[in-house]
Ligand binder design. Structure first.
Ligand code: ACO
Length: 428
């Protein structure tokens, strides 16, 4: 805390509030006593100016386009780390030493299987169910199967639940895909990497051996790392809010998956690829740019703009390079990538996008890569949920251990009817 205070003047009343200093980033006015001392609330729909918690996990400077996990820049992690390393870092605060990483990877690999009875849950869904609908259901149902890791007051149980969630999510997502195409579920193979195992469970079949393509494995590793955590975004805040009531971790992560599904959040990668396909040809880009700028048209350029980044999303840069790499290595020429690049070029030079500081976000290129790898569009958000689970569990653990944390209970500016008397139906 600094010695600084902020003064709030309302009419003749003047109140002082402490100003808190983070290790980096904007100062924060501590208004916890605002209501108690003044009888007033703040109004901030969408939390555009409200810090709802303290956190030491992820730092974003949206103006500069900087993203750090535990202090490490995202591009360095995406270039050099395994996904297990990043998961360990998010959960534990430091990069693991070799023995710690081996131990962590081994622990995760020992939790990859699902309780066999959970397979029957899948059969209750229609074959055309969206994988996110299945994931919300199955992840929520884990709490009915793993009672020994739902006591959130026990740090050891919290860690077991975290390991289970990180380990089982690839199995759950791959099974959702297998169910949709009517192929047998594939059991995990623990000698493979986290991403290699996921690729095999998704694209392998029991009838023949599956060779993991190292280029695709590497691209998936990067995609997972780029999606692993992103500070207090909507789904992470949902996980925190759900768990602030003491709900079990599986229920809370299911809530996070539900929130992530929306097109303004995790669903944007699916929406971005659909949009690029709809545009189809670079010649049609001006028409779509014009629509995006038209106030009377609800159309937005999907994969563009971000609540926090008012500069290039640093993840988008890595994603763009990965898209080039994957398509080149797989020898695919996808006109959608040409449309994406040209659209980016035109938008970045257009006054509307410059003035509003709208840049490509992480989702702009990820769909092109996932499509080239062979994922159907409705699996894109499921992959995001899989990767973001590490961030969710890290944030969840941090929150439970934070003595400042209380049940989340926002207040409101009430604009409805004032008190009035009930009128019987025949007199209305
Ligand atoms: N295309 C065209 N105009 C846009 C876009 C866009 N993609 N994004 C924002 N704008 C405009 C808005 O119309 C608004 O204009 P106005 O000030 O004239 O009314 C202005 O830019 C600010 O937009 P807001 O919606 O107020 O900004 P907010 O921070 O609430 O929204 C969001 C951020 C939801 C990401 C928005 O940019 C958007 O809808 N983008 C497309 C969806 C998307 O790609 N989402 C992925 C986000 S990243 C993630 O979740 C991993």
């Amino acid at each position: 805390m600094t010695d600084k205070t902020a003064t709030l003047n309302v009419g003749d009343d003047s109140d002082q509030f402490p100003v808190l200093d983070g290790s980096v980033g904007p100062e924060v006015i501590d208004i916890r006593k605002l209501y108690g001392e003044t009888g007033k609330f703040t109004y901030d729909p969408g939390f555009t100016s409200t810090a709802a918690c303290k956190s030491a996990i992820t730092y974003i400077d949206g103006e500069q386009g900087i993203l750090l996990h535990r202090g490490y820049p995202i591009d360095q992690l995406a270039e050099n780390s395994s996904f297990m390393e990043v998961a360990y870092l998010l959960l534990n605060g430091e990069l693991p030493k070799k023995a710690e990483l081996d131990n962590f990877s081994y622990t995760i690999s020992r939790h990859t299987m699902l309780h066999e009875q959970l397979a029957t849950f899948y059969r209750g869904f229609r074959r055309d169910a969206h994988p996110m609908a299945i994931m919300i259901g199955v992840v929520g149902a884990l709490s009915a199967f793993y009672h020994d890791s739902t006591d959130i007051t026990d740090p050891e149980q919290r860690m077991i639940a975290s390991h289970r969630l990180i380990a089982k999510m690839p199995t759950i997502a791959a099974m959702a895909y297998k169910y949709s195409i009517g192929q047998p579920f594939m059991y995990p193979e623990n000698k493979l990497s986290y991403t290699g195992n996921f690729l095999r469970m998704t694209f392998g079949v029991p009838a023949e051996p599956y060779e993991v393509n190292p280029i695709i494995e590497n691209a998936m590793r990067r995609i997972f790392i780029l999606h692993a955590d992103h500070e207090q975004n909507a789904s992470t805040s949902t996980v925190r809010l759900a768990s602030s009531s003491g709900a079990n971790p599986f229920a809370c992560i299911a809530a996070g998956i539900a929130c992530l599904w929306g097109p303004a959040h995790g669903g944007a990668n699916e929406a971005a690829l659909n949009m690029l396909r709809e545009i189809g040809d670079v010649k049609r880009i001006p028409e779509y740019i014009a629509r995006a700028k038209d106030k009377d048209d609800p159309f937005r350029l999907m994969g563009f703009g971000h609540r926090v980044y008012k500069n290039f999303d640093p993840r988008a840069k890595v994603m763009k390079a990965t898209a080039d790499e994957v398509l080149k290595e797989l020898n695919i020429s996808d006109p959608v990538l040409d449309v994406a690049k040209e659209l980016e070029h035109i938008a970045l030079n257009d006054e509307y996008f410059i003035e509003k500081k709208l840049y490509p976000n992480v989702d702009f290129y990820s769909g092109v890569i996932l499509n080239a790898i062979g994922f159907p569009t409705d699996m894109f958000t499921a992959l995001f949920a899989l990767a973001r689970t590490t961030g969710w569990v890290a944030q969840w653990n941090e929150m439970i251990a934070d003595p400042d944390q209380k049940i989340g209970r926002p207040r409101q500016l009430y604009v409805g009817a004032t008190q009035r008397d009930y009128v019987p139906v025949d007199k209305r």
